[in-house]
Design a protein around this ligand. Structure first.
Ligand code: KG4
Ligand code: ZN
Length: 340
């Protein structure tokens, strides 16, 4: 390794994945070790915050040790420690943040506080070695549906945001209503693959696009009411058809707003970030739309779409080299809600 290389240790514990990674120069993953709690939370139909926190406590030290071992480095080789400080489940965040604070305090290494969504965006820097701002970015996660312009690696401008439910939340609620297991999003996608787009739940696509904000509560409620009404009348419902119809409408909204934004602001690059960017139908529809107007879509590989510490280390790197996000290891406080 050349002397000028910068190694960042990333730590992520905002929801139900305990993850630690070592990333070189913001783009090259030397190791990424993740302990997922999906099988535990599946039993409850969703993430139970208290159980998530306890499992982070039990696993973080092993995950950390394994991440250093797999990267074949020691903590002395690390230049800075990056940690998700929000948004997320508070008790879960506390585990990663306190671990990072103790490590930074003990070693005297800089501590970098990373916004989880900034991490999801940075997953694309790992996946696409040449990618650099400016570009438009669609954030589709469990907590957000938003369009931002990345002006630089550390500066972004909000174009449109979530007015009620986020797209991931809508996928998860529809999944639950259809009796599908947690995590809902991937299971809705799977069901949709064998279904047909038969139903029209809202008139969203007929409305003229007036702004870049996103709304999913109307669609979510319409699907829930549709299922309840059919069940009350004792009628059969087709879960695959409902999922296919819901997915088409949910994805249709983001695709048409992205098209409008690309045309209006003249961007030729748009990147996808957040858990819902793992959705194959969304990726395909975005590709088709972009191709039709001469733009290009970038998205991370599946393993970097879901929560992981490599993306946090990458975001940490770009902050670190700009002198941004440096936190005090004695006082950094995790925050459950932070601005995009
Ligand atoms: O970005 P993320 O980790 O959430 C936040 O950081 O807020 O993403 C989690 C969300 C969940 O709502 C999950 O159901 C959804 O991403 N998701 C998907 C898929 N994979 C994950 N939604 C639709 N299709 C998928 N394949
Ligand atoms: Zn996430």
């Amino acid at each position: 390794m050349e002397k000028k290389d910068i190694l960042i240790l990333g730590i992520e514990s905002s929801c139900d994945e305990t993850s630690v990674a070592v990333v070189k120069n913001g783009r090259e993953v030397l190791s990424m070790v993740t302990n997922t709690q999906i099988d535990i939370h599946k039993l409850y139909g969703g993430v139970v915050p208290e159980i998530a926190s306890r499992n982070h406590v039990m696993n973080i030290d092993t995950v950390y040790t394994e991440a250093l071992a797999q990267a074949n480095v020691s903590i002395d080789d690390i230049d800075a420690i990056a940690v998700t400080y929000g948004a997320g489940l508070l008790g879960a965040l506390i585990v990663g943040v306190n671990f990072a604070k103790a490590l930074a305090y003990m070693t005297g290494k800089p501590l970098i506080a990373v916004n989880h969504i900034e991490g999801h965006i940075a997953a694309n820097y790992i996946a696409h070695a040449e990618l650099k701002p400016p570009f438009a970015c669609l954030i589709v996660s469990g907590g957000h549906t938003a369009l931002v312009e990345m002006e630089s690696f550390v500066k972004r401008k909000l174009i449109g945001t979530t007015t009620d439910d986020a797209i991931g939340e809508a996928f998860d609620k529809v999944a639950r209503e259809c009796g599908l297991e947690y995590p809902g999003g991937p299971n809705v996608q799977k069901q949709a693959e064998s279904g047909e787009v038969k139903y029209k739940f809202t008139n969203m696509d007929k409305e003229k696009i007036k702004d870049f904000n996103f709304s999913y509560s109307g669609l979510k409620t319409a699907v829930i009411n549709f299922i309840h009404n059919h069940k009350q009348r004792g009628e059969e419902i087709s879960v695959p058809d409902i999922c296919a119809s819901f997915q088409a409408e949910a994805v249709g909204q983001v695709v048409s707003k992205c098209k409008f934004a690309l045309e209006k602001f003249g961007y030729n690059k748009i990147i996808l970030a957040g858990g819902v960017s793992a959705n194959t139908y969304l990726r395909n529809e975005m590709d088709k739309m972009a191709e039709s107007i001469g733009a290009k879509v970038y998205y991370p590989p599946l393993k970097l779409c879901t929560d992981n510490a490599a993306m946090i280390a990458s975001a940490g790197y770009f902050n670190f080299i700009e002198g941004k996000g440096i936190a005090d290891p004695k006082t950094l406080v995790p925050t459950s809600n932070i601005e995009l």
